[in-house]
Ligand binder design. Structure first.
Ligand SMILES: *Cc1c(COP(=O)(O)O)cnc(C)c1O
Length: 414
């Protein structure tokens, strides 16, 4: 809120939510943990921890292979989790969801598949605010296939220059790959409009939802994109699991990514037939426990009023900004209209790493560096920044502890 008064949300109780996260009651350096590195990875609620243990204690086997009871139970839970992901994204069917080991692998899967038909001079549009996961796979196509990378500029407030984007599109554009929400600036991009313009130019669209899908449950059909990428570990689920949504046509057009068991229909000595999507993209034993754990995390999340969570996180962000605004030694990166609860900043005459390390002495966990977005740092004219990112379990006490620790950290540099 503009006056910095923390909101008391009737529809969402952050203290009750927080109590479900065992790790948040530990101390760090003798201080209560204030965990504000959620854009790097979120902590796990009891519901997810219990789910993982219950699987291994009660109903675990490899999926799709056996005819025995445990394998059938595991397969049912594994496919139910796929349905949960589809529901979370408002995807039309579970067949449009392929499991991956994370956001990075999902983007590489698409880039590899598209790459096989990329001709020299074909253009791929990304934005200056992309995570390296949505840059480097396309750079590989530049190096290996002669693709040309084009960059949507970021404006001073941290939003995308949509007029410049429209100019970049053309008959050679094959792919537009843009993040739903910046992991540094917190900007939420107009992905439906980005998609509409790309489709009008005949290009496919990949939306990197690794942050966007945490901020709110996305509607991939309303966005209209060909591909949408999510990662589990930022959604309160385990590491090692992510998902790629693709329209039926988009997935069907992609060749296999890796070869192995489970992704084939028949294998002979001189011929092979691949399975249909999504199994075509799931070679080998999948991350079974992790996938079912992601399903459990999304079921757990769906029990909350998501709009109230987003409002709560935003109120914390606003509270921090209202305490920090006007400090002449601090620069906040990105203040785009409607941005999410990510606060990246620089401190005059202090290195971001030093600030983060001093804050850690006060129990405050923040990230510092390039945040896997080096072109964005260059665009903003910084060599590094410190980032606090808010999750549903953060409180106004966390936020005050963060601001207090930051002010103390800065005193080391004056
Ligand atoms: C975290 C993140 C990724 C990478 O996801 P992993 O699952 O960690 O590989 C990609 N894009 C954005 C915007 C991210 O925040």
């Amino acid at each position: 809120m503009a006056d910095g008064t923390p909101l008391v949300m009737a529809a969402f109780d952050p203290y009750a939510a927080r109590a479900q996260f065992p790790i948040l009651s530990r101390t760090v350096n003798g201080k209560p943990l204030v965990y504000l590195d959620n854009a790097a990875s979120a902590q796990k609620p009891r519901a997810v921890i219990d789910n993982l243990v219950a699987q291994m204690e009660g109903s675990y086997a490899n999926v799709h292979r056996g005819l025995h009871t445990l394998s059938n139970e595991a397969t049912d839970a594994f496919e139910a989790a796929r349905e949960t992901v589809a529901r979370y994204l408002n995807a039309p069917s579970p067949e449009t969801i392929a499991w991956t080991k994370g956001g990075t692998e999902a983007i590489n899967l698409v880039a590899n598949g598209i790459g096989l038909s990329i001709e020299p001079g074909d253009e791929i549009i990304v934005s200056e605010m992309e995570h390296h996961s949505n840059i480097v796979p396309w750079h590989l196509l530049r190096e290996r296939r002669g693709a040309v990378l084009k960059w949507i500029p970021v404006l001073a407030d941290g939003s995308l220059d949509m007029a410049a984007y429209a100019e970049l599109l053309g008959p050679k554009t094959r792919m537009v790959a843009v993040t739903h929400m910046s992991n540094v600036l917190g900007t939420i991009n107009p992905v439906a409009e980005i998609t509409r313009l790309a489709h009008a130019a005949g290009a496919r669209v990949l939306i990197d939802g690794c942050q966007g899908a945490v901020h709110a449950a996305p509607d991939v059909q309303a966005i209209g994109c060909d591909f949408y990428v999510v990662t589990g570990h930022k959604l309160y689920a385990p590491t090692g699991i992510g998902a790629l949504y693709g329209t039926a046509g988009a997935l069907e057009s992609l060749p296999p990514y890796q070869g192995g068991g489970e992704m084939i229909e028949t294998v002979e000595k001189d011929r092979i037939r691949y399975a249909k999507p999504p199994h075509r993209f799931e070679a080998g034993t999948p991350p079974i426990i992790e996938a079912i754990g992601l399903g459990a995390a999304l079921e757990w999340l769906s029990g909350f009023d998501r709009a109230a969570i987003a409002a709560h996180e935003h109120a914390l962000y606003q509270h921090a900004v209202s305490r920090l605004e006007g400090l002449n030694w601090l620069r906040i990166l990105g203040q785009a209209e409607g941005k999410g609860a990510i606060l990246a900043f620089t401190v005059a005459d202090a290195h971001a790493h030093d600030i983060a390390q001093i804050m850690d002495r006060y129990g405050v966990a923040v990230r510092a560096g390039l945040h896997c977005a080096e072109p964005l740092a260059k665009r903003m004219g910084v060599t590094s920044s410190t980032r606090a990112s808010f999750a549903l379990y953060n409180t106004v006490e966390d936020t005050d502890a963060f601001v207090d620790a930051l002010i103390k950290a800065r005193e080391f540099f004056v």
